[in-house]
Design a protein around this ligand. Structure first.
Ligand code: ADP
Length: 394
């Protein structure tokens, strides 16, 4: 009988799932995926086959009052009715924060859940939503093995100097330090790059994960040594709606001079800034690239400029650079953004091949380019499925 693994990636308004089948050491194979979106508004469930065919769909009215647990039960029921004779052996969850301790995925116990709950103040917008389906699943499916896969874990190989803010020591010891995020994506890319170019993968690589959340990571011989996100997922690059790195003095100005309170500042920094804030138009890179509005162009310019600056910074942290990799929504699909980053990084020895870039080829630099640049699709769900299977196997 085949084993089935359910992968869950839950946010504030949606629960995404992927169903994998696998046996023994074979790579998990994706069978179906889908999501419940519009939680707390008007929930909508959809399940799709790998080719995109819709397998099931359901909508609930806005006044249905369905909470996470009800919708998760619906999702689990659907999964259990579509196992094709396989046996659901475990669920793997994306959990944004594993704190300073967790450098690898972990099997969920009551003690671990309490520990992860204590990290909510470090990721208040994500962590509670990651933990809710774990608790809900324990109720609707008691006994099912559940595994937490942390977005911070891959970065626990960072040296202390890369993790430390220049704050009084007591704050650092209490946990106010850089953790880094998007770790599941970086881990997937590091492993994949080892298959594509084992020689360069043993060297110094910068990966740009450019999605609606965006960050960059310096990977030396397969291990994370620095990244642009820090204490929270707000640091580093400007994102769809997040500021990225900001002089902390601006926050003081907002508090003291503008009289804003913490909740207002949180909304400003997380939801109203980034590409949306600068353009005043959209948080979607596609919309900005198609717009003739100069503010849209300014937002795109700022995004690419910040990537180039961080590229220099991360290469400096590693003392060299052997390859650059683009991934995630913008990184995989936006040739203009990749071109703007690479054209300003000629000093690093990047010679872009415009035709390869336009075709989203695996490698988008010329054979003569001293620094090769790659486009590698990420797959965080596959990473979670592999980790879940490995934890289950002990
Ligand atoms: P998330 O970070 O939510 O997982 P993705 O990695 O899928 O999201 O990235 C989503 C972003 O990718 C969207 O906001 C959109 O701006 C961008 N994107 C997707 N396709 C393209 C494209 N063809 N050109 C430019 N940007 C794109």
């Amino acid at each position: 009988m085949k084993d089935a693994y359910l992968v869950i990636n839950a946010g504030s308004s949606s629960i995404k799932f992927s169903l994998y089948f696998g046996n023994g050491d074979s790579k998990p194979v994706l069978k179906a995926k889908g999501q419940v979106e519009g939680i707390n508004v008007a929930p909508h469930f959809i399940a799709q086959a790998v080719d995109g065919t819709v397998l099931a769909e359901q909508r609930w009215p806005a006044d249905s009052n369905l909470v996470h647990q009800d919708l998760l039960k619906h999702l689990i029921d659907w999964v259990e009715n579509h196992l094709d004779g396989a046996r659901l052996v475990a669920a793997g969850h994306r959990v944004v924060h594993g704190g300073p301790r967790w450098s690898a995925p972990a099997r969920i116990t009551d003690e671990l859940l309490d520990e992860l709950e204590s990290l909510v103040p470090l990721a208040p917008l994500h962590q509670p939503h990651n933990l809710a389906p774990i608790r809900a699943l324990a109720v609707v499916h008691p006994g099912l093995v559940q595994v937490a896969c942390f977005d911070t874990a891959f970065h626990r190989t960072n040296p202390k100097v890369a993790e430390t803010f220049a704050l009084p020591r007591e704050l650092t010891e209490e946990g106010v330090r850089r953790y880094g995020f998007h770790g599941l994506s970086y881990e997937f890319i590091a492993r994949r790059f080892k298959e594509i170019d084992p020689v360069r993968a043993a060297g110094k690589v910068v990966v740009c994960h450019l999605g609606s959340g965006a960050s960059m990571c310096a990977i030396d011989n397969g291990r994370s040594v620095a990244s642009t996100m820090g204490f929270t997922a707000l640091d580093g690059l400007p994102m769809g709606t997040r500021t990225g790195t900001l002089d902390a003095g601006v926050v003081l100005y907002l508090l003291q001079q503008k009289g804003m309170n913490a909740a207002e500042i949180e909304t400003l920094l997380y939801k109203k800034s980034g590409l949306l804030g600068v353009s005043g138009i959209s948080n979607d890179m596609r919309v900005l690239l198609e717009s003739n509005d100069p503010h849209a162009a300014e937002a795109v310019d700022l995004f690419c400029y910040r990537i180039r600056r961080e590229l220099g910074s991360l290469a400096g942290a590693m003392g060299g650079l052997d390859a650059l990799i683009f991934t995630a929504g913008i990184g995989e699909h936006s040739a203009p953004v990749r071109a703007m980053v690479c054209e300003g990084a000629g000093w690093l020895g990047i010679e872009l091949d415009p035709a390869a870039n336009a075709a989203h080829a695996d490698k988008i630099t010329t054979p003569a380019s001293r620094l090769p640049v790659y486009v590698i699709p990420t797959d965080e769900e596959m990473m979670i499925a592999k980790h879940t299977r490995a934890v289950l196997a002990g």
